[in-house]
Write a protein that binds this ligand. Structure first.
Ligand code: FE2
Length: 425
């Protein structure tokens, strides 16, 4: 064996497990495995999980904070205006440099797969070229999936559909959209129809920014589910944000959720961004704005949490930490029951892996040996502590290490070494 991880706890609650790795794949998972390995890691009872997966990100905008100025109001509309100011100033070198820096942060956080939207409304397709280049460069250690995203509207922006088709021909993986940003409800619906038909023809996945508003009448998710079902795109379509669902009439939602489930459409909520951007027209009470996560999970719909933004025109914070995303999602959705908290961990690991269609993801023998050893004993503790990533492993090789989080106390009559875990090593 190339690598043996001893005494791991797994996300499913199993403890005292060894994981043997050979040839970049998981060879065996069991208790007290009698194997020799070139390298051994003692997990010390810590949680070992498949890597974090971000189902929704904007890598073309990331780390552009302050360019050309900061978003002083912090609103979605100022963010869109700011991105419009920044776009003509973008260079491929700067786009690549920022994206590469973010991918380094991601690796250190155990985030080894990212679905990033890329704006295709700039006729030069600079960002597309830059992110395709980054995708190839990071491929040995990070799976970057790109979505052709018509930020300014498919029908509203003159060359958007032609540019989207060019981007797909260049190698972008997924068809994006933004129906609520089109001029009318009818044009929003038409954009969904066109994009889903194009995706079906090309055999591609679909992921649309959908109903990212507080308008309870923004019902493009219904149209998206309808076309997904009509075109046989079951399991291939995701609706991102879906924040209008927060404000929808309850009776309507009771009819909508079964349609989404039957269509096999997944939902991607972005808690850090939606808790800050939604409800901005409200006084008090002020809506949270995030979509109905526990209700969709109860209805059998796949729900992932995405990071969406890190230090860009829309969000000044973030560092590529999907546990921070899960932590915020848990709070905003009030998912504080034991099973619900565990589901929040799944929403940044296994569920987005399925939504992206990642092959070889998981802990079973035969899966890729892509693993993260966390400084926590279980999934809930990982979220509570936004636990450090002791080891990040890709195809059986350690690609990042961090020391355990510890403080040294100087208090009378108290031990000096402080450990925030209950399940300490
Ligand atoms: Fe987004």
């Amino acid at each position: 064996m190339d690598l043996l991880i001893r005494n791991a706890s797994l996300p499913n609650g199993r403890t005292g497990v060894d994981i043997a790795i050979a040839g970049g794949r998981i060879n065996a998972v069991g208790v007290a495995l009698a194997v020799d390995a070139a390298q051994e890691i003692d997990a010390g009872g810590n949680l070992v999980t498949p890597p974090f997966v971000d189902a929704h990100f904007h890598m073309d905008a990331t780390l552009s904070y302050g360019l050309p100025r900061v978003n002083s109001s912090g609103t979605l509309l100022e963010g869109i205006a700011l991105w419009g100011e920044l776009k003509p100033m973008l260079t491929q070198e700067a786009l690549v440099a920022r994206a590469m820096q973010y991918c380094d942060w991601a690796v250190a956080r155990g985030l080894l797969a990212i679905r990033s939207h890329v704006d295709i409304c700039d006729d030069r397709l600079l960002a597309v070229e830059a992110l395709l280049h980054v995708k190839r460069r990071v491929a040995p250690y990070l799976d970057l999936q790109l979505v052709a995203f018509p930020q300014d509207g498919l029908l509203r922006s003159p060359n958007a559909f032609a540019n989207l088709k060019r981007a797909i021909a260049m190698g972008v993986d997924v068809v994006g959209g933004i129906p609520h940003f089109e001029r009318t409800m009818a044009e929003g619906a038409e954009s969904i129809k066109l994009l889903c038909e194009f995706a079906a023809e090309k055999g591609l996945r679909v992921d649309m920014h959908c109903d990212e508003s507080d308008d309870p009448m923004s019902r493009h998710i219904e149209t998206l589910a309808f076309h997904a079902r009509r075109l046989g795109l079951h399991g291939l379509v995701a609706g991102s944000h879906l924040t209008s669902m927060h404000s929808m009439d309850n009776y309507y939602v009771s009819k909508l959720l079964p349609l989404i489930r039957e269509a096999g459409v997944a939902a991607i909520a972005n808690p850090l961004i939606n808790i800050t951007l939604q409800g901005r027209h409200d006084t008090y009470p002020k809506r949270r704005g995030m979509t109905r996560v526990p209700e969709m999970l109860a209805a059998g719909i796949e729900v992932a949490f995405g990071h969406d933004c890190v230090m860009d025109p829309w969000y000044s914070l973030g560092s590529g930490d999907m546990l921070e995303v899960a932590h915020m999602g848990l709070h905003v959705a009030q998912m504080t029951g034991q099973e619900a908290m565990h589901a929040c961990f799944m929403a940044v690991t296994e569920t987005p892996a399925r939504i992206l269609g990642l092959g070889g993801y998981g802990l079973a023998p035969g899966c890729n040996a892509d693993l993260v050893v966390l400084d926590a004993g279980c999934t809930v503790e990982a979220i509570r502590l936004r636990a450090g990533r002791r080891y990040v492993i890709r195809r059986g090789k350690v690609i990042s290490q961090s020391p355990a989080a510890q403080a040294t106390l100087s208090l009378p009559g108290r031990p000096s070494a402080l450990d925030f875990r209950l399940h300490s090593a």
